[in-house]
Every structure is written in C-alpha cells, then in structure tokens.
Design a protein around this ligand. Structure first.
Ligand code: HEC
Ligand code: HEC
Length: 429
C-alpha cells in the first residue's frame, strides 16, 4: 500500500469516470470477466473445459437490478470498498502496481482482488481444517502484496505422496504443521514463497515462446538442455510454467490450488478434491471471489529494474548486462521471452547438478531439475534459490552446476572488477 498522497493518473480519472457513470446510470454492465482477454493466451482459449472465469453458473447475469449487478459483473460487491481499494493501489512503477495495460474495469477488479488477497479468512468461512496461513498476503507480502515471504514459516514443505486411499501422484504441498502427520510422505523438501509480479504476462505466453528454447538432447552442444513439462486436460497440453518444478500449467488453477492447499479453502478453480472435512459448506470460496483474486494476481505488473543514477552508473549497468550475456547466463535467464521484456528466464526445467538435488522427483521434474528462476525484481528478494539457501546473487551462482557448469566457471574466472560489474547489474534488477 502506498500511503503518500498522489496525483490522479489517466487511469485514476478513467476509473473515477466509470464509477460516476455507473452511479448516475445505475446501469447494468455487460457480464464480462475481469480477466484480461489477452492474458489467457491463444493456447488456453482453445482448451476444452478451460474456463478461467470459473463456474458459469455462478457468473452474474446481464440485466436486472442496476448498479449492484453492474458492480457484481465487475467483480466488485461494494463500490465504496472497490474505489477505496483502487485509490490505495501502489502508483505506477511501484511494487504491487497493476499493469499499465489494464482497462478501467480490470483495474477495479484488480483493486477488489487485492482486498481479497489480503483478507484473513476465518474458520466460519471454511479456513482449514489444515492450513498454513489465513490469507494469500500473509505469505506473498514483500516488498508489496504479491511478493515474497517475510518469515521462515513461509518456506513451505513438500513431501512425497503416500499410499493412503484418495492420494494421487505428485507432491503434497503443506507445512509440517499443516499436514496431518499420518498423511506426510517419507521424503520432504522446502519451497520458498516466490513473488507473483508479472505472472499474468507469463501465463499469456504462447506455447512456442517457451518450447522454442527447449533442447532436451542438447543438440547444439552448448551444455544447456532445457526441458518443457507439458501438462493439461485430456490431449491438449500446455507447457507447465508455474511452480519451482513447473508443475502447474495455468495460473487460474494454481490460484485454486493455493487456496485449497495453503488455506484449506475448497473452491471450483482447484483441480481435484472440492470437499473437505470441516463444517463449512463446499465449495467454501465462490467463483466471484476466485475471479477477483485471479484478476489481482494476473494484473500485477513486473517489478521494474532500478533507474541508473548517473552516466557512469548507466555504463556500468550496460557493461554488467553484456557480461551476463557473454559468459552464457542468458542461455537460461533469457532477457526477453515471447515479447515479455526483462523476465530473465526461459521457464524451462534444467538440471542444476548435485548441489541442488533435493532428493524429491515431481513427476518428470527430477530431483536435480528446477525452473530457471525469473530474475526480474531480484533486488527485492532477501533470500534466493528454491529453498532460500542463498542470501546474495553470488552465492546463488555458487550453487549452479550441471547444465550451468560452464557459465558458472566463466563467472568465477572473471577478473574481480568485471565480476563486481556483473553483480551490480544483477542487483539493479
Ligand atoms: C503458506 C504460504 C503461502 C500462502 C498462504 C500462499 N502461497 Fe502462493 N506460494 C507459496 C509457495 C511456497 C509457492 C511455491 C510453490 C512451488 O514452487 O511449488 C507459491 C507459489 C505460488 C504461485 C506460483 C508462482 C510461480 O512463480 O510459479 C502462485 C500463482 C501463488 N503462489 C498464488 C497464491 C495465491 C493466490 C494464494 C492465496 C489463495 C497463495 N499463493 C497463498 C506460498 C504461499
Ligand atoms: C542451465 C540454466 C542456467 C544457467 C546457464 C544459469 N542459471 Fe541461474 N538459475 C537457474 C535455475 C534453474 C535457477 C533456480 C534454482 C533454484 O530455484 O534452486 C537459477 C537461479 C539463479 C539465481 C537466483 C534467483 C532466485 O530468485 O533465487 C540467480 C541470482 C542466478 N540464477 C544467476 C545466474 C547467473 C549470474 C548465471 C551466469 C553465471 C546463471 N544464473 C546461469 C538456471 C540457470
């Protein structure tokens, strides 16, 4: 949240006008999804049964009683709450701000979604029976809502499934505390709370943007392979791009899964189980709330790199970036991916060697394989790597091996001054 008083931007004026128009007219708006159409990605739209706007039965119908319906269609129950949330949004360029491309409607849904993201659910609302935190924002908190975890408890524990009835393949994602001990599998691993800024842009990437960089057999002999983990429904598969093991193929489902696994809140966005054993009626979170949270996460802008302070600084940053390319870090940390600038990831799985072998396979993502961590917003992360074992970029590189062995060796062989220049560039992201 940004407490500083601000000038109204173009978007603020537009939203103000929209709200005023709605108020004056009391007119029903079309029942549009707050989800930006472009963010679905061409692949997603074609998927049978893939409905990012949730359960159609719960969608508000067009027409009817004026303003209330219009607001519901926007995903905002209460205009005052929506507008208050909107005016408290971080200003453009600040962490947690919405993408500059959102329409006024999407902005209102984003603002309403931010409120839900921060909301502490109660047991009466269905929280539990097992949960890690009562809100998304408890974990995704720094440097703004949507960011990384602030406490060691925000590194969750995953474990192997076991052979209890009802268990399926794949890892269970719960803390020790939240998982009933009789359900915890024998082998366990740790996962940090990653930042969510810019994920809407990554969800929108077409299959080709990701698959084009995969080279599973390392046919070009550069030592870097890169594997796509394809997942989806039926025979329609999409590169899974979310999670440190690339285990989930779309953002909407990830959000549903997070609601259920981190907070014990059943909902129709999550794959699999839609009932739990507490007293609240299932699904515990309605589709409208899920759509608002989705609109918030999807609308979060990537964190911008810091601006150069002067000409010398600008030159140093440019030189550091050139070194980052020259020694081969860009082989995985790609600057631009399908037109999304500054992501510094290929969203592929790579074997990073024995040091990062966590001893747990996640389907095709074997124990030594990790998704290339996007480096945008790096300077806002106090701890690095999937389990937060590193505290600075140089230490993170120290853990690289396997497919990254050569770039790492070149990094270590750089003259001290050049290595510092490269690190200055990294810490500007
Ligand atoms: C207990 C802490 C915690 C809570 C609460 C939590 N998350 Fe997360 N979140 C995590 C962790 C840990 C991961 C990484 C999981 C992995 O890599 O397998 C994650 C990953 C994600 C990702 C994928 C990020 C990526 O880069 O692929 C999304 C999206 C997400 N969370 C959204 C949410 C939403 C929405 C909520 C609320 C419904 C939520 N999370 C609640 C800890 C949390
Ligand atoms: C073969 C692919 C590959 C290459 C080449 C590579 N990296 Fe990485 N990098 C990764 C993967 C995968 C991760 C995530 C590891 C994890 O989560 O434990 C990562 C993580 C990082 C991180 C930590 C980011 C975070 O949020 O935790 C930094 C910093 C980093 N790399 C910098 C570099 C630099 C600098 C180079 C060049 C010397 C480089 N990498 C080369 C694949 C690569």
């Amino acid at each position: 949240m940004n407490p500083a008083p601000r000038r109204a931007t173009g978007a603020h004026v537009e939203v103000g006008m929209l709200a005023l128009a709605l108020l004056l007219a009391g007119a029903p708006a079309r029942a549009t999804s707050p989800v930006p159409a472009a963010a679905e990605g061409p692949g997603a739209a074609a998927l049978p049964g893939y409905d990012p706007a949730g359960d159609p039965r719960e969608r508000p119908q067009p027409g009817g009683d004026g303003l209330q319906k219009a607001l519901e269609a926007l995903g905002v129950d209460d205009l005052a709450v929506g507008l208050a949330a909107f005016y408290a949004l971080p200003a453009p360029g600040e962490p947690g701000a919405p993408l500059g491309t959102l329409t006024p409607r999407q902005l209102l849904a984003f603002a309403a979604g931010q409120v839900e993201f921060a909301r502490h659910f109660t047991t009466a609302q269905g929280l539990g029976p097992h949960f890690n935190e009562p809100s998304c924002g408890s974990c995704h908190a720094l440097p703004a809502l949507g960011g990384v975890g602030s406490r060691p408890e925000h590194v969750i524990h995953v474990h192997e499934p076991n052979d209890l009835p009802g268990e399926t393949v794949g890892l269970r994602r719960q803390t020790f505390g939240a998982t009933p001990p009789e359900r915890a599998g024998p082998r366990r691993g740790r996962r940090r709370t990653p930042p969510l800024f810019g994920l809407g842009l990554l969800d929108a990437l077409p299959e080709e943007a990701i698959a084009a960089n995969a080279d599973p057999g390392d046919s070009d002999g550069d030592g870097i392979a890169g594997v796509v983990n394809r997942k989806g429904r039926g025979s329609v598969l999409r590169p899974a791009r979310f999670g440190a093991k690339c285990h989930e193929w779309n953002l909407w489902r990830f959000i549903g899964g997070a609601m259920r696994d981190e907070m014990g809140l059943t909902n129709t966005a999550a794959a699999g189980a839609q009932a739990d054993s507490d007293a609240a009626a299932d699904p515990e979170v309605d589709a409208a709330t899920m759509r608002r949270i989705d609109a918030f996460v999807r609308g979060l802008a990537p964190l911008a790199p810091r601006a150069p302070t002067d000409r010398r600084d600008r030159e140093a940053l440019a030189k550091g970036k050139a070194l980052f390319s020259a020694i081969g870090c860009v082989g995985c940390h790609r600057d631009a991916l399908g037109g999304v600038q500054g992501v510094y990831s290929d969203l592929l799985l790579h074997d990073l060697g024995p040091g990062l072998d966590a001893g747990l396979d996640d389907g095709p993502a074997k124990a030594r394989f990790w998704r290339t961590a996007p480096l945008w917003g790096l300077r806002h992360r106090p701890r690095l790597l999937h389990d937060e074992r590193a505290t600075d970029p140089a230490a993170a590189v120290g853990w690289h091996d396997g497919e990254a062995a050569k770039p790492k060796a070149r990094f270590l062989a750089l003259p001290e001054r050049e290595r510092r220049t490269l690190l200055t560039f990294l810490s500007s992201l």
